[in-house]
Design a protein around this ligand. Structure first.
Ligand SMILES: O=C1O[C@H](COP(=O)(O)O)[C@@H](O)[C@H](O)[C@H]1O
Length: 241
């Protein structure tokens, strides 16, 4: 695991935009397309907005990137809480990506149906037991959840399905999420975490004992791929390292 600490969210986003741009261009020297899974929430917004501006808007071959999501809140696309809408508003509508390269988790059909359709679509890109995404971007909630793997929910233990839908009583909402095994087969996984509200959780996730029921983010340990944490000083405040 590699830890990258920036002074604040702005610096973190700048460092990460440069890192991602280099990585995409490097990978695309050896293969025709790049597969990228996005996260939702607030943390990635600044990163998206930087990637949507020059120099990255020009440097990155956006039409060769295929977009996926790590998780989705089962609310209509127009709802501000919808993770795909956030990415369209902050990045995809600005850089102009061919629609056929964008794979949203549908929220206009029942969640279980959406999860099954998403898994089927993923199998057209990735084979069982082989490397999946070139890059998965993840956030971490203040409670230690990542994707929609929430503390205490059975989905945390899913070993077979790549995508699951379930009802999250705490938010009175269905969620659709990739599971830990499919993310752990990615070539590279990057977590972003900012703010003092995440500092104690970050310490437990990185330095504490393994307890994924309490801290599902601990489940993310790529088998052969890279794992990076991009955090700001506020989030890193409680770390000993
Ligand atoms: O609900 C969610 O939360 C996490 C973390 O969000 P943040 O606002 O604390 O960055 C996010 O990664 C996930 O995609 C989203 O559905």
């Amino acid at each position: 695991m590699e830890l990258h600490i920036a002074q604040n969210t702005q610096e973190l986003s700048e460092n990460l935009a440069a890192w991602i741009s280099n990585y995409i261009q490097e990978v695309l020297q050896d293969q025709p397309i790049f597969t990228l899974a996005l996260s939702g929430g607030n943390t990635p917004k600044q990163l998206h907005m930087l990637l949507a501006k020059e120099p990255y808007k020009i440097m990155i071959p956006w039409n060769r990137i295929h977009f996926f999501w790590g998780d989705e809140r089962a609310v209509p696309f127009e709802d501000e809480r919808n993770n795909a809408k956030m990415a369209y508003d902050t990045l995809l509508n600005i850089v102009g990506v061919p629609e056929e390269n964008i794979h949203v988790m549908r929220t206009d059909i029942p969640p279980e149906e959406s999860a099954a359709a998403y898994e089927k679509m993923l199998h057209t890109y990735f084979k069982e037991g082989e490397t999946t995404f070139d890059l998965v971007l993840l956030g971490m909630g203040d409670d230690g959840h990542t994707l929609s793997l929430f503390p205490g929910m059975p989905v945390v233990h899913e070993q077979d399905a790549w995508v699951k839908a379930f009802f999250l009583p705490a938010q009175n909402m269905y969620r659709i999420t990739l599971t830990a095994p499919v993310v752990n087969n990615a070539a590279c996984v990057i977590f972003m975490a900012t703010g003092t509200g995440k500092s104690l959780t970050l310490k437990s996730v990185i330095e504490g004992t393994f307890n994924p029921d309490k801290y599902p983010s601990q489940l993310i340990r790529p088998e052969d791929g890279e794992l990076h944490w991009f955090v700001d000083e506020a989030a890193a405040g409680a770390l000993e390292m």
